[in-house]
Each structure stands twice: as structure tokens, then as C-alpha cells.
Write a protein that binds this ligand. Sequence first.
Ligand code: HEC
Length: 129
Amino acid sequence: MKRIILILSVAILAITVLAFAAEDKKTELRPAQKIMQVRAAGLTAMNKNLGAGKLEAIAKDADDLAAETMKTGNKLSNPLAKEITLAISMYAKEASAAAAKSDAATVKAKLGEIKGKCGECHVKIRDKK
Ligand code: HEC
């Protein structure tokens, strides 16, 4: 009898530990984190394509970023956050147009402006919390 209780106790302990481990692993990203990670991946891809001279590949990523920041920006209530996010949308649209014209210098300048705006929000809004 003691033996059965011991075995059951160990089994219950093991199940508890496993359940907590599983819970930990599926900690979902917050919606803002998902959006940010897509933005960061898009910027990385665009910079890589710029370096490789693949300007035509930049237009799509820039269009995606422009559309997402337009949608997200229009829903923001903080005026500064909205202004910065919509500015990113504008620069992304300009980057896309420049990429379509194979104007690498302008693409580079616009990607720089975009990166600056990302940083501006992180410093002025995100990191203040
Ligand atoms: C209007 C404000 C704002 C703008 C613009 C902005 N961010 Fe963010 N960013 C945030 C906030 C707020 C967080 C924190 C989100 C959280 O942890 O829930 C964040 C977090 C991040 C993270 C960390 C995500 C993670 O996994 O925790 C990355 C990467 C990031 N931003 C990249 C970017 C890039 C790239 C851009 C520009 C294309 C950008 N952000 C523009 C506000 C902004």
C-alpha cells in the first residue's frame, strides 16, 4: 500500500512539473511583439537585398511595411505614436517607389529614415514605460 502511494505521488509530481514546463513554452507573444518582429524581419530583408543589389525584391517588403504601418498607425490614439508610425508608412512607400525605379541611393536613405523612426518611438514611448 505504501508503495502504491509513493508511486502515485511521484507520478503526480512528474505530471505537475511537465504541465508547468508545457505552459511555460507556449507563452504567447503579445500582439505588439508580433507586429514588431515582422517589422524587424522586413527591415533586415530589405537591407540585405539592398546590399545584394536586388532592388526588385525590396518593393514588396516595403509595400508590406507601408500597408501595415498605415493600418496600425491609424488605430493608435497616442498622437506621437501615430505620427511616427504613419511617417514610417510614408517612407516605406517612398522606398518602394525608389526600388521600382532601381534608385538604390534613395532606397538606402529611406530605409535609414525608417530605422530612425523605429528608434524614435522606442526611445520616446516604449522605453519610458
Ligand atoms: C509607435 C511606436 C513604435 C514604432 C513606430 C516601432 N516600435 Fe518597435 N516596439 C514598440 C513597443 C511599444 C514595443 C514593445 C512591445 C511589447 O513588448 O509588447 C516594441 C518592440 C519592438 C521589438 C521587440 C519585439 C519583441 O520580440 O519583444 C522589435 C524588434 C521592434 N520593436 C522593432 C521595430 C522596428 C523594426 C520598427 C520600425 C520599422 C519599430 N519597431 C517601430 C513601439 C514601436
